[in-house]
Design a protein around this ligand. Structure first.
Ligand code: F6R
Length: 263
């Protein structure tokens, strides 16, 4: 796992965009992106949108798969992840909405919708690069603590901590749905590259647990220790509890030219 410590949120966003753009440039076909919602990836989306506008990143024909969706929010609800992805990813990056997929949180048969989502990812050829945030409790996607490390897209019950954390997006805490459809940890592990971003002191414990703690379903993000190509990009405060922070800085200072992805 590669750990990059950046001075601030904007630098985290630029570093994540650079990593994503680097993966895309290495493909000789349109990319399949995995996209997260929430506050963490917003700076990365802004940096990616700037690259597209500057003509330095070509997303023609790209497809995207969201990590998760609330169950039961009415279609068009501003906090449904379908809407959030449209506003923060599809439109700014100029993606074709027909190629942007979000799990169907209103499906009459949610397990069937989950299975169909997995099939759609497979049919697209798998996810080339998956952007991730992390919850304060270590979740990635909405895989809450004790999620199976090999799980696939399915319905999960949100923890009280996650519902409280996400209440800021709703008019009142009771409006946060109890259930979601989320890509599983096994689905995330199957992506070819994973880029996790985290900013702020509230994430410091989760970041240390996922990078340096034991591989454990109690910190679902720690499954990235098994990922073939995982990059964790954090700001200084989110890095505060990393025991080997100096080592990660040393690695970045001495990165061989062929491994650099700055923009
Ligand atoms: C969102 C998602 C979640 C968030 C996490 C952090 O699609 O899958 O894992 O990435 O809850 O949320 P923020 O970034 O709002 O702190």
């Amino acid at each position: 796992m590669e750990v990059i410590i950046c001075p601030d949120e904007d630098a985290v966003g630029r570093a994540a965009a650079a990593r994503v753009a680097h993966v895309i440039a290495s493909l000789n076909r349109p990319p399949v992106l995995g996209v997260a919602t929430g506050s963490s990836p917003l700076a990365a989306y802004a940096a990616l949108a700037a690259l597209v506008r500057a003509g330095r990143l070509d997303l023609t024909g790209a497809s995207a798969f969201a990590l998760d969706e609330y169950v039961g929010l009415p279609e068009g609800h501003p906090e449904s992840y379908a809407e959030v992805i449209r506003k923060t990813v599809t439109e700014p990056l100029g993606l074709d909405p027909r190629r942007v997929h979000v799990p169907d949180g209103n499906a009459a048969d949610p397990p069937a919708a989950a299975e169909a989502y997995e099939a759609a990812i497979e049919q697209a050829g798998g996810i080339d690069v998956q952007l991730l945030g992390v919850g304060a409790n270590g979740h990635i996607g909405f895989n809450e603590p004790t999620s199976s490390l090999s799980s696939r897209t399915r319905v999960k019950t949100l923890s009280a901590r996650t519902r409280a954390d996400n209440a800021r997006f709703f008019d009142s805490p009771e409006q946060v749905p109890h259930h979601c459809l989320t890509q599983g940890l096994g689905t995330i592990l199957a992506s070819r590259h994973a880029v996790l971003v985290a900013q702020g002191a509230a994430k410091a414990r989760a970041v240390a647990a996922l990078v340096e703690g034991p591989l454990s379903a109690m910190c679902p993000g720690s499954v990235l220790q098994l990922h073939r190509s995982a990059t964790v990009i954090v700001d200084e405060v989110a890095a505060a509890e990393l025991a080997l922070a100096d080592y990660y800085r040393e690695i970045q200072r001495n990165l061989p030219a062929w491994q650099r992805t700055e923009i």
